[in-house]
Ligand binder design. Structure first.
Ligand SMILES: Nc1ncnc2c1ncn2[C@@H]1O[C@H](COP(=O)(O)OP(=O)(O)OP(=O)(O)O)[C@@H](O)[C@H]1O
Ligand SMILES: [Mg+2]
Length: 212
């Protein structure tokens, strides 16, 4: 298996797991990389996104999709074949023992933290689990609101978590919600601009960590 495996996990619902998975996937795809998406979340949001995408754009052999159980993740990874460059795994809003199977098979764990204190509280469990598997784990700030008091408080609480954090973050922008609903990545809704800049910078930072 040559593909680098990125797992996006966070117990808190709505933190931006699926948003991160879809936007990283589309950014890597736009760079000519082949990407496989594995959805271990029974809510099926990623599959829905993929259905809408294929209805509008047709199939793309460089973008594979499969559902998997956490327990069956190794088999699902083998199933995508050895040619794929990046495997992105979406997970449910839980930090139970099941997610450990996914963490164990990952090269990198990304933990989105949305700009609310509740997200920070929820982050301890997933950090503990990831720590026990010894996998490199980075927090990714999502829905940031620069210049607000809540934004500053959350940033301070995250810094106190003693976890690694990506320098890049995603701001709170309608384009992410729009892109998700249309089966697109934000860079496909608008090629240039603030969202496109920040997602490309995030993808680059992740590539550097994984030597992609
Ligand atoms: N940076 C952002 N700016 C604006 N809206 C966002 C942003 N990130 C996520 N959202 C929106 O917030 C909602 C939740 O995001 P998303 O589905 O990615 O979270 P999740 O962690 O996958 O949720 P779940 O735990 O239910 O799987 C979606 O409607 C999404 O479009
Ligand atoms: Mg999700």
């Amino acid at each position: 298996m040559n593909g680098r495996i990125i797992c996006v996990a966070q117990q808190k619902g709505g933190a931006g797991k699926t948003t991160l998975v879809t936007n990283l996937a589309i950014t890597y795809l736009s760079e000519g990389k082949s990407v496989a998406l594995l959805d271990t979340d029974p809510q099926g949001s990623l599959g829905k996104w993929m259905d809408i995408r294929e209805e509008t754009l047709g199939e793309n052999t460089n973008l594979q999709f499969a559902t998997a159980t956490s327990y069956g993740i190794s088999r699902a990874i083998r199933g995508v074949g050895s040619e794929v460059d990046v495997i992105l795994i979406d997970t449910p809003p839980k930090a139970d023992s099941d997610v450990r199977w996914v963490l164990r098979d990952s090269d990198l764990v990304l933990v989105p933290v949305s700009a609310s204190q509740a997200d920070v509280w929820a982050t301890h469990d997933i950090l503990d689990l990831a720590d026990r598997t010894g996998k490199p784990t980075h927090i990714v700030m999502n829905r940031t609101r620069v210049g607000t008091r809540v934004g500053e408080h959350v940033a301070k609480s995250v810094a106190e978590l003693e976890a690694m954090q990506l320098k890049s973050s995603l701001a709170n922008r309608v384009i992410y919600a729009e892109a998700l609903g249309r089966g697109l990545g934000a860079i496909e809704v608008k090629k240039t601009g603030a969202a496109s800049d920040e997602i490309r910078s995030l993808a680059r930072e992740v590539s550097e960590i994984l030597e992609l």
